[in-house]
Design a protein around this ligand. Structure first.
Ligand code: 3HC
Ligand code: NAI
Length: 699
């Protein structure tokens, strides 16, 4: 953090200018709040000053309350944001807010406390608190409706979406759009206000104008309630805005404050605030400084145009980066290209892209059967069959043809990246870029760091991920990396519940009620049960004694591969995706239990969720201990973005924190002690025990 003061004060003629300078985005932390009040008091005390301009930087007037300050103890004299705004609004000298960049959350609320607002046309104004599970808590729900009406204010507050300043030209929200230098324009505006002896416009004194306000609010409650499942904040936003109608301004402020403080305590808000910070933390690598030089990636070669290669190619061309797409056979190449075209045509039909855009994107692909086109690409991503022999041939060829300084990446899901790197004479240039299917849609990218991967290669990959709109998480090398390694435990835990007596339907329903996008068996049927079965078969052949059969083996052996064969854990009507419980599966499960000497018992939904989620948490702790993941929040990001973990839970590790680590340990011990259970599987990871003993949490 910089040691620069958070505000600067200067006087231009008879106008004082307070500039907010708290990088990166003028978060309204303690020092900045104090600086604003001091600037105001200085201007009020100076007889030569007749007006005040408050402004920020080109990037941000202010990004709002300092999210790093949430939940920290308050220090010393504490002007809270509400009081800072009250002081500005109460100023006897005119105050003009001059806005460039973003004015978000508390930043916009600060501007609403000023008597006048001027802005650059492209400044972004918004109240995004709802995205953090909150509502505007410094007067936004009371002042914005007074300026723009109930409907516009509610839309902005409930959606959290920013609006360009130009849209408010000519409304009471914005007094002038400034072309040219913002501060010069704002000072001139202030001088005119003084010269005209214009009355100070205090928003608190206005009334909300909305015919049939109550009917409109009732409509808003109904619509917002219907779409805000699992999240309390949107309805509370409506409640707070409703308080701006009729009653006194101060009463409205009090209602807003109470609702804000209530939301701050909810697990949903904690989860969303955690996600905001976790997403930004994920791009940081402790031993790779932020100023590490990166390599320029102007073109990409992709090997394999199958399920993954095609989606990866789309991710790059969507970002305008040209791709050379290589296949082993013309037929496979044609098929891959046809799938890509079909995907874009479906977007075209839905109106998501234009024909011109479609043509432009497809023109960025150079299909090929030869590595000649790889001589000049800056990055190659291999997405061929998951076979170490095939990967060996590909990487040896890449090593021969690619220019020095190019990056060689593998999309392998489970093979050892260090082994792959050793096929080349440049292991420092080799990295894992593990995309998730469908790669053009899924946001997650696991960046797999090999033992010899260069720091600049890592930094380049993290930057590139942002460019192609992915959220990248660094993983060390291990079987399954972060995501698939943990998901294997989740699957095993669900299997235990199935063996013990739960049905696939009950397990799926319990997990979906918890918030997962899809229960594990519905997910298995969608992905195809043959994939997991092939892996288990390989492991069984390699090590028959260690192999423990599961029900899914029986289904796959019976040709029930899931949706694609019309039957898996459920059955499916032709052409439909709705899962139908199947008595044949119940019989297979009953037979399986009998063979293994298991007497089924009643398993509660709560136990199902505890087993599945705590098994993930326990493996997450091991992954942290081993240094495979850098931080617990990275594991959360993987699960939220790659596996449909519900945002309102904040990820498995934050969920464990919220439940309390000692409670997680108690449940694990209970499962370990159950007769016939795999005690090793359920033994709490040492890191989990250590944190619990120290009274700490993962995040
Ligand atoms: N406080 C402190 N730091 C903030 C911040 C904030 N409000 N908003 C963003 N930052 C930090 C980020 O953590 C990041 O830090 P890093 O460089 O160390 O990783 C840096 O600013 C840049 O952020 P982004 O990577 O997100 O950069 P972008 O340029 O893509 O976006 C932004 C900038 C539009 C400001 C975006 O960060 C954003 O939307 N921020 C959140 C805004 C928000 O939710 N404000 C409301 C806060 S709650 C509030 O105001 C309560 C009040 O009503 C009482
Ligand atoms: P796929 O079978 O759909 O596609 C592989 C493609 O590679 C085929 O089109 C094949 O013709 C081509 N190919 C094979 N050998 C080649 C060679 N020597 N040269 C050029 N092309 C060759 O497989 P999929 O699913 O796309 O998987 C590819 C890789 O991505 C695997 O390593 C897999 O583990 C990994 N992966 C798969 C995910 C998935 O959900 N399918 C998710 C993440 C990673």
């Amino acid at each position: 953090m910089s040691n620069q003061p958070s505000t600067q004060y200067e006087v231009r003629g008879a106008v004082a200018v307070v500039t907010l300078t708290n990088p990166p985005v003028n978060g309204l932390g303690h020092a900045l709040r104090v600086g604003i009040v001091e600037g105001l008091d200085r201007a009020l005390a100076d007889p030569k000053v007749s007006a005040l301009v408050i402004t920020g930087t080109d990037r941000a007037f202010s990004g709002g309350a300092d999210v790093r300050e949430f939940g920290t103890p308050k220090s010393g004299w504490e002007p809270n944001l509400g009081n800072v705004i009250k002081a500005i609004e109460g100023s006897s000298k005119p105050v003009v807010a001059a806005i460039a960049g973003v004015a978000l959350g508390g930043g916009l609320e600060l501007a609403l406390g000023a008597h006048f607002r001027v802005a650059k046309a492209d400044a972004q104004l918004g109240l995004p608190e709802v995205k953090l599970g909150l509502l505007p808590g410094a007067g936004g729900t009371q002042r914005l409706p007074r300026l723009v009406g109930l409907e516009t204010a509610l839309n902005m507050i409930v959606s959290g979406a920013p609006v360009p300043a130009a849209k408010f030209a000519g409304t009471p929200l914005l007094d002038a759009i400034i072309d040219g230098d913002l501060v010069d324009g704002a000072v001139k505006f202030a001088e005119k206000v003084v010269a005209d002896k214009a009355p100070l416009k205090r928003v608190r004194d206005l009334k909300v104008k909305q015919p049939n306000a109550e009917a409109f609010l009732q409509f808003a409650r109904n619509t917002v309630g219907a779409v805000s499942k699992n999240f309390p904040a949107p309805l509370k936003c409506v409640e707070a805005v409703a308080a701006s109608v009729g009653g006194s301004f101060d009463q409205g402020l009090k209602t807003e404050r109470d609702l804000f403080l209530g939301l701050m305590q909810t697990p949903e808000s904690r989860a969303l605030r955690h996600i905001f910070q976790a997403e930004r933390a994920a791009s940081k690598i402790s031993d790779v400084p932020e100023d590490t030089p990166v390599r320029e990636i102007k073109s990409v070669g992709i090997i394999g145009a199958g399920t993954m290669g095609g989606g990866i190619a789309m991710s790059f061309i969507n970002a305008g980066i040209p791709v050379v797409l290589l296949e082993a056979k013309q037929e496979a190449l044609d098929k891959g290209l046809a799938t890509i075209r079909k995907n874009y045509e479906s977007s075209l039909k839905k109106g998501k892209i234009t024909q011109a855009k479609l043509d432009e994107r497809l023109a960025l692909i150079t299909p090929t059967l030869s590595y000649d086109g790889f001589k000049n690409v800056d990055l190659a991503i291999e997405a061929v069959f998951e076979s170490i022999e095939v990967k060996e041939t590909v990487f040896k060829t890449l090593d021969e043809v690619m220019k020095p300084g190019a990056i060689l990446a593998s999309n392998t899901s489970a093979l050892n990246l260090d082994q792959i790197a050793a096929f080349t004479k440049r292991p420092q240039d080799v990295i894992g870029l593990h995309f998730f299917s469908p790669a053009n849609v899924m946001r997650l990218l696991e960046v797999v760091r090999g033992a010899k991967t260069g720091k600049d290669v890592l930094a380049t990959s993290m930057q590139l991920a942002k460019k192609i709109k992915k959220i990248a998480v660094v993983s060390g090398v291990c079987d399954g990396f972060i995501g698939n390694r943990i998901v294997a435990r989740y699957g095993a835990a669900a299997n235990e519940a199935l063996n013990a007596g739960a049905s696939p339907q009950q397990i799926d329903k319990a997990l979906e009620k918890f918030g997962l996008a899809m229960g594990i068996y519905r997910m298995g049927d969608l992905a195809g049960l043959d994939i997991g079965y092939a892996g288990r078969k390989r492991r069984k052949e390699a090590n028959p004694d260690a192999y423990i059969p599961i029900v899914a083996d029986r289904l796959a052996e019976a040709g029930r591969f899931g949706q694609k064969t019309g039957a898996g854990f459920y059955k499916y009507e032709a052409g439909k995706r709705d899962p139908i419980p199947d008595p044949a599966v119940d019989q297979m499960i009953t037979d399986f239990r009998k063979e293994r000497g298991i007497t089924p018992r009643k398993v509660s939904d709560e136990e199902i969720v505890e087993r599945a989620i705590f098994a993930m948490v326990n493996e997450g702790a091991r992954i942290l201990e081993e240094g495979i993941a850098q931080r617990a929040s990275d594991i959360d990001i993987v699960y939220l973005n790659g596996y449909g973990f519900p945002a309102h839970r904040g990820g498995p590790m934050l969920y464990a924190d919220q439940v309390g680590l000692p409670n997680v340990i108690r449940a694990l011990k209970r499962f370990a002690a159950e007769p016939g259970s795999d005690a090793k599987f359920w033994t709490p990871a040492p890191l989990l025990v250590k944190l619990a003993e120290e009274g700490k949490s993962f995040n």
